[in-house]
Design a protein around this ligand. Structure first.
Ligand code: BG6
Length: 507
């Protein structure tokens, strides 16, 4: 039985696959992610007419809500999107059901099975199900085991399992979790989510590289001198101290989102555009990646933590003053590091990766800096010649730009840099969908291309485990450098690049 057909007539220019009748079960339905991301993304899919009419969403959590209470909460979560669109909301509401359940209680999971059969009859969902684990990672193993014990994962064609990040805390725990998950379901049923892969501009890294013949010949150590990957946020830890204190920026952002940007930037061209071919290449490049200094990793990594900042009108508290944070916390809210990829394409090219909260600007980007011209024939305006750069802007202002030198107007022959720009919004006139819209649709379609395979997730953890162990065992070797809120991070991160004669890009 096939679950995906293409129906170009239904959606005009966008050629979207049609999602088969099914029930989406969200574990953790009372949580923040369901309110902020999942249900809004599902409502968006509904409004784009991408959900089949035989569809249901079953929210599950421990709280004893009724269907009506769940519907009411989701109405509130959608805000104006629902209140200004009452007809759509009424139809969408009919898909929403709720089941109070404790994943650790087998009796509850048995009841879930009965409820799903009832929903199959009511909504004609044909026993086709996507289970979304949006619960604390502590419940991933027991959740998978309970679903498997009730036979709910038996049919690989009709049951899928979506698992939120973090998938493990280090290499060992990710491996152990993979073993459990794979004892409950086939790898083809498992969708490890990383919402960065749902971003249009992250996917565009692949199209830019592999749909244009001009880039591939220069996309290597002969032409590229360094790569910078940044995910900077202006927000602080907000109300997530409980989670963040035991995670920190390395686990929260680097192991997943930044590493995904790195693997798409650095991977070899796949033979075909199919999920396994792409994920093979992503896994391979991560297996070739290493910390720039394997023996003394503290030389290639900087950790930081935001201190207070802002101004007298909107003062910002430091991380240690945030509610729920230990006043002596040594959790990092900033990480910068240098990596190498030991393969023919990238040998010797440094990849600098940084992320932080409460930085000066919200921005995610990949910057490829090309080697300088071998001979400088022209004086440069500003003194020193600049290198060509290709900047892939992931967010905001999604797009790409290429920096190159032109003649500065006037007498003489002086060069100065200019930018050639591509902006998604200008070119396509519509903002791109939220990452979760794409990823939820793909999971329900059973398309794993944009999800992390078990070997990828393990390779990513393996790469950072020496740093995680160092932080655990000898934290003084990787001390926390304080940085003022709304600046570009600690001075030590600048020094990391300065020692290679480079600067971080500060757009
Ligand atoms: C999440 C992290 O995965 O990504 C958050 O847990 C972070 O700490 C968020 O704020 C950033 O996502 P985005 O899409 O806003 O860049």
């Amino acid at each position: 039985m096939s679950f995906a057909i293409t129906n170009p007539l239904r959606l005009g220019l966008r050629q979207e696959k049609v999602i088969a009748p099914q029930c989406l079960v969200i574990f953790g339905a009372t949580g923040d992610l369901t309110h902020r991301k999942l249900v809004p993304a599902l409502f968006e899919l509904f409004n784009q007419r991408r959900l089949p009419s035989e569809f249901a969403i079953l929210g599950c959590a421990r709280r004893g809500w009724s269907d009506e209470e769940f519907q009411q909460k989701m109405y509130q979560a959608l805000g104006a999107r629902a209140s200004e669109n009452p007809i759509a909301w009424d139809q969408f509401k009919a898909c929403l059901f709720y089941q109070s359940l404790d994943l650790q209680n087998l009796g509850d999971v048995r009841k879930l099975k009965d409820r799903l059969e009832e929903i199959d009859r009511l909504r004609a969902t044909h026993g086709n199900r996507t289970f979304y684990l949006s619960v604390s990672p502590d419940f991933y193993s027991c959740g998978c085991k309970a679903l498997a014990a009730e036979g709910l994962l038996d049919d690989p064609k009709r049951s899928r399992l979506v698992i939120e990040k973090p998938f493990g805390r280090d290499f060992g725990s990710a491996q152990a979790l993979n073993r459990i998950v794979q004892s409950c379901a086939n790898e083809s049923q498992v969708f490890r989510i990383d919402h960065y892969l749902g971003k249009e501009t992250v996917q565009n890294i692949l199209v830019l590289r592999f749909a244009n013949a001009i880039f591939e010949p220069i996309w290597n150590r002969n032409y590229i001198s360094s790569v910078q990957i940044t995910a900077a946020e202006t927000v602080g830890v907000e109300d997530r101290a409980g989670y963040y204190e035991s995670s920190g920026a390395l686990r929260d952002m680097v192991q997943n989102h930044l590493t995904q940007m790195l693997s798409l930037t650095a991977m070899e061209p796949p033979g075909h555009f199919d999920p396994e071919a792409i994920r093979n290449e992503k896994a391979k490049v991560l297996q070739a990646a290493r910390l720039a200094d394997d023996f003394e990793p503290w030389n290639c990594c900087v950790r930081g933590q935001y201190s207070k900042g802002g101004n007298h009108l909107s003062p910002l508290v430091g991380y240690r003053e945030e509610p729920g944070v230990n006043p002596n916390s040594t959790t990092e809210t900033y990480v910068a590091m240098k990596l190498f990829i030991d393969n023919w394409r990238w040998q010797g090219v440094p990849f600098y990766v940084r992320t932080g909260k409460r930085l000066a600007k919200r921005l995610s980007e990949v910057v490829l800096t090309f080697r300088e011209a071998p001979v400088h024939l022209f004086d440069a305006v500003g003194g020193s010649p600049t290198s060509n750069q290709l900047i892939l802007r992931i967010q905001p202002n999604e797009g790409a730009e290429f920096r190159f030198d032109v003649k500065s107007p006037g007498s003489g022959m002086r060069s100065r840099p200019v930018e050639m720009e591509f902006s998604y919004e200008e070119s396509f006139g519509e903002p791109s969908d939220e990452g979760y819209v794409r990823l939820l649709a793909d999971a329900m379609l059973g398309d794993p291309t944009l999800f992390t395979r078990s070997d990828e997730v393990e390779a990513a953890w393996r790469l950072y485990t020496p740093l995680l162990e160092l932080i655990e065992e000898s934290p003084w070797l990787l001390p926390i450098n304080s940085y003022e809120s709304r600046t570009w991070g600690p001075a030590a991160a600048d020094a990391l690049l300065a020692s290679d004669g480079l600067l971080w890009r500060r757009p």
